[in-house]
Design a protein around this ligand. Structure first.
Ligand SMILES: C[S@@+](CC[C@H](N)C(=O)[O-])C[C@H]1O[C@@H](n2cnc3c(N)ncnc32)[C@H](O)[C@@H]1O
Length: 388
């Protein structure tokens, strides 16, 4: 494949973070697919309408850029083909004609994931079997059969209204796995969600940022990486590096460029937690992220929190749980946090992630400037952002 060939690829992100993803992709020069056009060829599907991701078109190097730089992304998948299929024979025949050799070598490990919706072919295991067969057909001259394995190249098949779309995962491990967080405290945030929370507050990257309930340190570490322009994927591998179409020279140029963008200066960043074990984990995670000297982690209960400067940002996710509104300790904790915020942090930006409206109300603050609906660990949550 030449580097200029246009691919369609899809970047998924946690639902609710689409506006942050939209803000991120533009400076990278990525190009959104004009998803729908009306009779006059006018685009009618615009940014903000997709949930959980966006579709792009561009050369393979854009796939490298998306994987390396997008802080809010979960995964990047490249579309291999799209066709109508009503019978298994048609599915196998059409799929066998796709350009598998750009992404796979005969006999390698693969894992096929199928979803079927409103289609005549609705048995997902049978669809997966035909897709595997179609790859064997494609490589029949090699005499090798593909090996089914959960660690293999992920192939995603979607059948909707008898239309089959086949895509390949380019990321490997999900993109929130930056590699630095090996130690986790209770209820850790995914790194891409933490980055999205910070972006949503409009943090300027130079003012102080405080997380009074830092757990394993995800929010301050993501903030440090953002402030220093460290690409989130700089220390990890991606699945696309196994592809026959992979261009090592282009990738190395992109990586070198990302390294040149790194800035040494970091704003004052603070992480507190009352749990000594959590603080040790935060420090170990920060060290792995190269941020040991850029974040002050201190074992301290929130009741002792003081403002380190006259303005700044608090971005945090205090404990909440599922039936917490019945929990008096948590209600008291939120009331204390609200009082502290009002007393010690006048004119600060204050962002809290919480699942429970009652707890948010217990902080006794005025109406938030902004509310964002998200999912964290399978629970519906809200990010409420105030200017104190
Ligand atoms: C939901 S977790 C934060 C997770 C964190 N964002 C991460 O990514 O790992 C909440 C944290 O608040 C801490 N915590 C609970 N009560 C506290 C208090 N009164 N003062 C300070 N920290 C507290 C817990 O020890 C826990 O680590």
């Amino acid at each position: 494949m030449t580097n200029n060939e246009n691919l369609h690829f899809y970047v998924s992100c946690p639902p609710g973070l689409e506006p942050m993803l939209a803000a991120e992709y533009k400076p990278l020069g990525l190009v959104r697919v004009k998803l729908k056009k009306d009779e006059e060829n006018q685009v009618i599907h615009t940014i903000g309408e997709d949930t959980g991701g966006m579709e792009f078109e561009g050369p393979l190097e854009h796939v490298y850029l998306a994987n390396l730089h997008l802080r809010t992304a979960s995964r990047v998948t490249v579309r291999l083909g799209e066709f109508k299929a009503i019978t298994f024979a048609e599915l196998r025949k059409k799929a066998s004609k796709l350009e598998w050799a750009k992404y796979l070598v005969p006999g390698q490990k693969v894992s096929v994931q199928v979803t079927c919706h409103k289609s005549r072919l609705y048995h997902s295991d049978a669809v997966a079997e035909r897709i595997l067969g179609s790859i064997d057909d494609h490589f029949s001259a090699s005499g090798k059969k593909m090996e089914k394995s959960p660690e293999g190249q992920l192939i995603l098949v979607r059948l909707v209204n008898d239309n089959c779309t086949i895509s390949l995962d380019s990321s490997g491990d999900l993109l929130y796995k930056r590699g630095y967080r090996q130690a986790v405290a209770k209820a850790p945030l995914r790194e891409n969600l933490a980055a999205g929370l910070i972006m949503a507050t409009g943090w300027d990257g130079v003012s102080p940022l405080v997380d009074p309930f830092c757990g394993s340190g995800t929010i301050p570490i993501e903030a440090a990486m953002m402030a220093q322009h460290i690409a989130p994927g700089i220390n990890r591998n991606f699945r696309f590096s196994n592809w026959p179409a992979y261009n090592k020279v282009t990738w190395n140029e992109i990586l070198d460029n990302a390294k040149k963008q790194i800035q040494k200066d970091s704003p004052p960043l603070f992480g507190y937690d009352r749990d000594a074990g959590a603080i040790e984990m935060s420090k170990a995670n920060a060290a792995r992220a190269g941020q040991k000297d850029h974040i002050q982690f201190v074992c301290q209960a929130v009741s002792l929190l003081e403002s380190p400067s006259s303005s700044g940002w608090i971005v945090t996710n205090p404990p909440y749980g599922i039936r917490v509104s019945e929990n008096k300790d948590l209600r008291d904790l939120y009331a204390r946090v609200g009082t502290l915020a009002k007393q010690n942090f006048t004119s600060w930006h204050f962002s809290v992630l919480c699942s429970d409206d009652q707890l948010i109300a217990n902080m006794g603050l005025q109406k938030p400037e902004k509310t964002i609906h998200l999912i964290n660990g399978g629970i519906s949550v809200k990010q409420v952002i105030y200017i104190l």
